[in-house]
Design a protein around this ligand. Structure first.
Ligand SMILES: C[S@@+](CC[C@H](N)C(=O)[O-])C[C@H]1O[C@@H](n2cnc3c(N)ncnc32)[C@H](O)[C@@H]1O
Length: 203
């Protein structure tokens, strides 16, 4: 594990802007609605182990746990400040989410290869250079059990490093994912967002 790395782009671009990240999303995006759509797509069930890669301030992980209290939810992010906020929010919501510091490309090492039934990442890929995006998607495949589901939501290409529909689908296919499909498209923070889903093959 390489958690000493400091080379990551934080949630709001700069550490000092972090307190404004949640209010910005709430004000300028239909946050509850698009997060609910992603959770609909994930179709979380009791007993699932969901890993949220680049969980930031933890909003999606908390919503997931509130929806399905008997699912286990792990949130991974390299930013300790964001994780502290996430932990405070989870405590206020009276839910247990396991937040851990780490990078997306280490997720299979942190959680254990083949341990998760579902993996999600929302708006984290565009914070990563291309090679790290690929390494993170690879690690998300590896953390999934056979038949496990992945769901990625991110800005379409052109917004920072956001992948296009085609790039994301091609990356998932190259990693051996099956049943790759665009689950949703919507606008948030002045850009188009794609939600893509796929499955790790069952064997
Ligand atoms: C725009 S925020 C999204 C946070 C959250 N997923 C959400 O939906 O609000 C992007 C997050 O990606 C994290 N991040 C940046 N580089 C990363 C990496 N290599 N691996 C995992 N997370 C990373 C940042 O720390 C930040 O919290």
């Amino acid at each position: 594990m390489t958690i000493a790395r400091e080379d990551y782009l934080p949630a709001a671009g700069k550490h000092w802007l972090l307190p404004f990240y949640d209010p910005f999303l709430a004000l300028f995006t239909s946050e509850r609605r698009w997060r609910a759509r992603i959770l609909d797509a994930l179709d979380l069930k009791p007993g699932d182990l969901l890993v949220d890669v680049g969980c930031g301030t933890g909003t999606l992980a908390i919503m997931a746990k509130r929806r399905v209290p008997h699912a286990r939810v792990i949130g991974i992010d390299p930013d300790p400040r964001a994780l502290r906020r996430a932990e405070r929010k989870a405590a206020r919501a009276a839910v247990v989410v396991e937040y851990q510091r780490g990078f997306g490309d280490d997720v299979a090492t942190i959680v254990g290869a083949g341990r998760a039934s579902k993996a999600v990442s929302t708006f984290a890929l565009h914070h990563m250079p291309r090679d790290v995006q690929l390494a993170t998607l690879t690690a998300m495949r590896d953390v999934l059990q056979p038949g496990g589901a992945i769901c990625i939501a991110d800005f379409e290409g052109g917004h920072f490093n956001g992948p296009s529909d085609d790039t994301l689908a091609a990356d998932l296919a190259a990693l051996g994912f099956e049943q790759i499909r665009v689950l949703d498209r919507f606008r948030a923070a002045f850009s188009n967002v794609t939600v893509a889903g796929a499955q790790r093959p069952s064997t």
